[in-house]
Structures are given as C-alpha cells and as structure tokens.
Design a protein around this ligand. Structure first.
Ligand SMILES: [Mn+2]
Length: 573
C-alpha cells in the first residue's frame, strides 16, 4: 500500500514536471504568436496536471487571441475555481466578458481586483473604463424606449441637402442608381474619395425600402442555364471586393451575386464596401442578394470599427441609419428549394423548418439565443451532436445535426461563411456543409486565400474559385496618406519633446504619459501602420490636439484590457 502511494506520488511529480515543460513550450509558441500550437501544448499540459490555474489562464489568453471568447471565458472561470485568489484569472475573465459584450460581469471582476489590490493603478483604470461603459449602456437603454419606432429617415431632409459646387464625385441620376453611377462610384472609392453624404443617404433610404419588403428567407430559382456566384465575408476589404468583380465580372442580370454577410468591420473600407453592395442591390434588386452576418449588428459595429468609421467619414446619424438598414437584411436564402445559404449555420435545437425561418421577425438586433441568433452565429464541428460555442454565442453543430436538418427540409446542402479558411473555402459534413470566405489575407495578417462559389441551375454542384489578396491596405494607405503621415510623425516627435519639457508642471502631459505606458506592442496587431501612429497619438495628445490634426477615434486590441475593446479605424483626417 505504502509502495503504491509512493510510486503514485512519484508519478504525479513526474507528470507535473513534464506538464511544466509543455507549458514552457506553449509559452514559446505564444510569444511567436503561433496561438494554435500554444493552445495545443497548454492542453497537453492540462491533461497531465489538470489542477493548475496558470495553465488555464495562459490557455485562456491564447483563446482570447484567436477570438474564441467562449473557450477563453470557460478557461478563466476554471482557473478561478482552482484558485480564487489568482488575480490574472479575474483579468482574463473580465476581458472575455468584455469581448462578449457582458460589461456588467466584467465590471464585477475588475471590482474584485481593485478590492484585493487597492494600490494597483492599472486595475483602477480598467475598472473606471469598464464602469463608464456600463453606465453609458444603462443610459442608452433608458433613452432607447422613447425613441422606439422613430426612424432616422423621418428626421432627414435629403431633398434639400446641398451638394457643394466643388464636389466632382458621382451623383445619382434623377435620384436613381444607374450603371454609370456604379462605375463612377467604384472608381471614386478606389481613389479613396468620399461619396457625398446626400448620395449616401439616398442609397441608404432606398435600400432600406427594398430590403424591408423582402421575407426573412429569400427564395430564388435558377434556370438550367443560369448561374449565381456566392461570396462569403468581405469585412471592409474594398480592394479585394473590386478584385472579385474583376475576376468574376461585374454584377448584372446575367451575372447574379449573393453576398453572405459580414460586409463591414475589421477592414478599413467598410463604408466603401457596403455602399457599393447597396448600390448594386438598388441597381439589380432581383439579381443581387445580400444576407445579414453577425457583424451587421450594433454590438459588433461598436467593437470592431464600423461605427467609428461611419462617424469619422460621415456622422453618427448616418450610422443610425445603417443600423436600421442592417436590421432589414434577410437571414437566409434558399436556391431551387435545394441549397440553403446563411451566414453562421444551423440551430441549437432540432426541428427548425424553413417555415420557422420565414416567420422570424428580423427587424431587430439579434437576441442572445434562438433561431435568429443561430443563423448569424453558429459554426459546424467535426464530431456528432452539439457543443458549446468557442465564440461564446450560439452553438457548434455536428454532421448528424446537418443531416437531420437537410432531410427534414428536403435540402441537399448548406452554404455558410463566418469562419476564415486557409483555402478560402472548406467542405465538411460529407459535402453537406460548405464554408466560403471572401476576405483574403484577413485582417492583413492571416495569409489565407479568398474564395467564391459558382452554382448552376443545371446541377447545383458547387464550383470553387480561389483568389489571393490584391494589395495590402498598408501599402494603399501609405500611398494615399504619406503626407499626413509625415505631419503626424513630426507632431508625435514634437509632443514627445514637449513631454520632456512640460513634465514638471503639465497635468495633461502627466496623465497622457502614464496612459502611454499601457500601450503594448501587441495592442496594435489589427491596426495598419497609420493606425499604429494614431494609437500612439491617442495616448500622447490631448483630445483638442487630436482633433486639430484630424486624428479620429481609435482604440486597440489588447488582452490586458488597457482599453475596453478595440474600435480599430484607419482614417486620417
Ligand atoms: Mn461572421
């Protein structure tokens, strides 16, 4: 008996040692930003030593980096179950909750940290930032009920908006989108010029009208000889969108398209992407189709850049109108009663029918659960059954779930988007669940291909076409903003000197300097170069100076929570 205990504890000690080695290995991968391998080795370490809070906390951070917020939250929670005094665990859990938009839960964790470490200034700052958001949300909710049903459209006087004489860009012809307008618009946007706000409003009002007349489930029929192109996420990558049209031809009645959601956020040219897509919707309402993605929602737009971009390029009021239009985007599309297309995937429960989709009252922000949420958020998984979502929203569904759904609804297969794939597409569930993603080199760093699918009326067989990223936003931006760059850089240098001079007395310089120290190099990973400059500026300049040199709102991605959450925006002046 004594012997077995002894060898048992010896084995445990050996396990702990090898677990430590695995953790070290994982940490190394993490440092190299190879998060998938980091997760792999943290997981192996946890198999050997499942009661180590640090391993869970580290894996949680790796999950945060890969945006698997559901898993990150679970790991942080587990770390705290093991060791409730583990401060990092609270930080991780708070960050996960922030990312999931659960600000109250995050606040509670920051509260704990502040209580335990009353002298930790960093914790205090995060607590205050979070508290501000919670209060702001409460305020928004309080005023929201009064404004219910009131549309921005009612408060606009588009007819009487003046187009200044010096505006040489495209204009709608007699208030209508034409082929010429679309061609001019794409050229105009290509040169990074701004469409006049009157034209933007005209497009939005008209497209809202068209979309609101569509059912939540759009059904189309392709004749034998006809073909449709299905594209996945485009995420504000305007030059890649133009490349799709270059490779596959411009939209037309003989070249119909379906764009499967996530047009905006992340990329710097979301306004250009969405206005171009809306323009084509107006031009060919029956041959150009748009479905809603999880990023055509207020929460996502607030966190991932679109709201900031619209405010910078136009106004907050215009963002409100975008939001109204997004709420009318259909949720799914059925082709020849055989192929079902949606952004996310299938449902958290069996038994959902096409009729249930038709009946969804979609003119709203998606709820936290239920069919509407699932259509926008779920992901397929290789194993049978369902599991909790890595994202922390909706679920993951297995091949058996897909099979049952297809049989019950007499369908052949589903096409969805929502996940970046190295090849731009992926065929899973024995060919019954297809993913298509059309944002190559996603976030300027994933190195993935983009793809689109051709579907012909004759056989409905998916035909995949891949493409690579045209030109990095980095280069385009450098070319177009090089002068602004220099100015900003010079200003930045100057301010740094100013810091030195004014350190002894200036209040704002002190605060700014302190904040600056929270800028981690990691934070700028989603930002392109001008953003990096802006990020620095945001921390260095008082607001008035920021406005003066035309820096717009910008925050950064940071797991350490140095800012509540990213509003990445590349926009100088
Ligand atoms: Mn998505």
């Amino acid at each position: 008996m004594a012997d077995t205990t002894k060898s048992g504890s010896a084995k445990m000690a050996a396990n702990e040692r090898s677990a430590e080695e695995l953790k070290e290995k994982a940490n190394k991968y993490f440092k190299e930003k190879d998060y998938d391998n980091a997760i792999k080795y943290y997981t192996e370490a946890l198999e050997l030593n499942p009661d180590n809070a640090i391993y869970y906390s580290n894996r949680s951070l790796a999950y945060l980096r890969t945006e698997c917020y559901g898993y990150a939250l679970a790991d942080a929670t587990r770390a705290l179950e093991i060791d409730k005094n583990y401060i990092k665990g609270y930080y991780r859990r708070a960050t996960s909750n922030m990312a999931l938009g659960k600000f109250k839960a995050a606040l509670k964790d920051y509260e704990t940290v502040v209580r335990v470490r009353p002298n930790d200034k960093d914790a205090k700052m995060k607590y205050q930032e979070c508290n501000k958001i919670v209060k702001q949300k409460a305020f928004e909710r309080a005023i929201a009920s009064d404004e219910l049903k009131k549309s921005v459209v009612d408060s606009l006087d588009i007819e009487n908006m003046m187009i200044e004489d010096d505006y040489t860009g495209p204009k709608l012809e007699d208030g209508k989108v034409t082929v010429k307008f679309m061609n001019d618009l794409m050229e105009w946007f290509k040169d990074q010029k701004k469409l006049h706000r009157k034209c933007a409003y005209q497009i939005l009002v008209q497209v809202k009208d068209i979309l609101s007349k569509l059912p939540s489930l759009v059904e189309i029929t392709l004749k034998e000889s006809e073909k449709i192109t299905i594209c996945g996420d485009t995420h504000g990558q305007y030059y890649d969108l133009l490349n799709i049209f270059e490779l596959n031809g411009l939209p037309s009645p003989t070249n119909p398209y379906l764009f499967n959601g996530d047009f905006v956020d992340r990329g710097s040219f979301s306004v250009e992407v969405i206005l171009t897509l809306f323009g084509f919707k107006l031009l060919y309402p029956d041959y150009f189709h748009l479905l809603r993605g999880n990023h055509e929602t207020d929460n996502m737009n607030q966190m991932y850049g679109f709201e900031g971009e619209v405010k910078a390029k136009y106004t907050a009021q215009m963002f409100q109108l975008f939001s109204e239009v997004f709420q009318w985007l259909p949720l799914a599309q059925c082709i020849n009663s055989r192929v079902l297309v949606m952004h996310g995937g299938l449902f958290s429960e069996d038994g959902v029918t096409l009729d249930d989709i038709r009946k969804i009252d979609r003119n709203r922000q998606p709820p936290d659960s239920g069919p509407m949420c699932d259509l926008l958020w779920s992901d397929p998984q290789p194993q049978n059954g369902r599991s909790i979502s890595k994202r922390g929203v909706s679920c993951q569904f297995g091949p058996d779930v897909t099979e049952r759904f297809l049989t019950e609804n007499k369908l052949q297969y589903i096409v969805r988007s929502h996940e970046v794939k190295a090849e731009g597409y992926e065929v899973t569930h024995s060919g019954k669940c297809i993913t298509v993603f059309s944002a190559p080199n996603y976030c300027d760093q994933m190195g993935n291909k983009g793809a689109y699918i051709h579907l012909r009326g004759s056989d409905l067989k998916p035909e995949f076409h891949q493409f690579t990223a045209v030109v990095s936003i980095f280069l385009v931006t450098i070319m177009n903003f090089r002068i602004c760059f220099l100015i900003v850089l010079v200003c930045f240098q100057t301010v740094d000197v100013l810091f030195l001079i004014s350190r002894w007395h200036s209040g704002w310089a002190h605060t700014a300097q302190k904040k600056k120290s929270h800028l981690h190099s990691e934070c700028v990973k989603y930002a392109c170069f001008p953003c990096v400059v802006q990020v620095s500026c945001r921390y260095s300049f008082p607001l008035a100076v920021q406005r003066l040199i035309g820096i717009t709102e910008l925050s950064v991605v940071c797991d350490c929570g140095c800012l509540p959450w990213p509003r990445v925006l590349c926009c100088l002046g």
